[in-house]
Write a protein that binds this ligand. Structure first.
Ligand SMILES: [Zn+2]
Length: 248
């Protein structure tokens, strides 16, 4: 075998690691190894909880803290004498892993579905649900609102009102792109509720537009997804949109 051939063989062969070898790696590398082995995508807005084992989030936080400390150092901030930034790396790591990007690392909140016993088939609107997210491009906050419109049929599964907010929060607590966030939310609800029609409208403020760049203060972004009956029936769509109290 020539050198080029053996190099090619090496790069295509998956490197097998034993559990002992994995245990010696940093948690992020261990989790990445499992994701790659399972051929799972791990983009910023993907949930990777199925590949994270007990205790590893604590390890991840420690890793992020150490790297964040390096970022502060690279920014030439004297974290040892500046009392304001002494704990910043730790705070940011905790904020990322436990709060604002939590939707990447924990499974979906449990949601009880119950059959549509009353055979409800009228337009249902849930919202406004407060959205707190961050843009994938700058990791700046995205703050806004979501409205969900549903047209159930007799085969739909209904879920409690507060669960819509919990599923929404789980999807938004990741670095996101607004267009992808609404599609992800629509897919999750479609799968669970199986309505005849599903509509989602998200209106949000992107802080990367306020804080940096053009510093445009009029930069709310609106996205919508319309599926099933909301696509086919213009009257239904109009009814839904007219009931959103956002304009004015
Ligand atoms: Zn941005």
């Amino acid at each position: 075998m020539s050198t080029t051939d053996s190099n090619a063989a090496e790069s295509t062969a998956r490197i097998f690691r034993s559990e002992e070898e994995l245990a010696r790696l940093p948690a992020s590398e261990r989790i990445r190894y499992r994701l790659v082995s399972a051929e799972c995508r791990y983009h910023a807005n993907d949930n990777i909880s199925a590949h994270v084992r007990e205790g590893e989030l604590g390890e991840l936080k420690a890793e992020v803290q150490a790297k964040m400390q390096e970022v502060l150092k690279a920014l030439v901030i004297d974290t040892s004498s500046d009392h304001n930034t002494q704990e910043t790396a730790k705070r940011v790591a905790k904020m990322f892993v436990d709060e604002v990007f939590r939707g990447r690392y924990v499974p979906m909140p449990s949601v009880t579905e119950f059959p549509n016993a009353e055979r409800l088939n009228e337009l249902m609107i849930v919202g406004p649900i407060k959205v707190r997210s961050a843009c994938s491009h700058h990791l700046c906050p995205i703050i806004g609102k979501v409205w969900i419109g549903l047209l159930p049929n007799e085969h739909s599964n209904l879920i409690g009102l507060s669960k819509y907010a919990r599923i929404c929060d789980w999807i938004m607590s990741r670095p996101q792109i607004q267009e992808e966030a609404v599609t992800m939310l629509a897919n999750e609800l479609q799968q669970r509720v199986r309505p005849d029609g599903l509509a989602i409208v998200m209106e949000a403020d992107h802080f990367c537009m306020h804080w940096r760049g053009v510093k445009d203060d009029q930069s709310a972004m609106v996205n919508s997804v319309m599926r099933g009956a909301f696509l086919k029936d213009a009257n239904l769509r109009r009814e839904f949109l007219s009931l959103l109290p956002r304009k004015g």
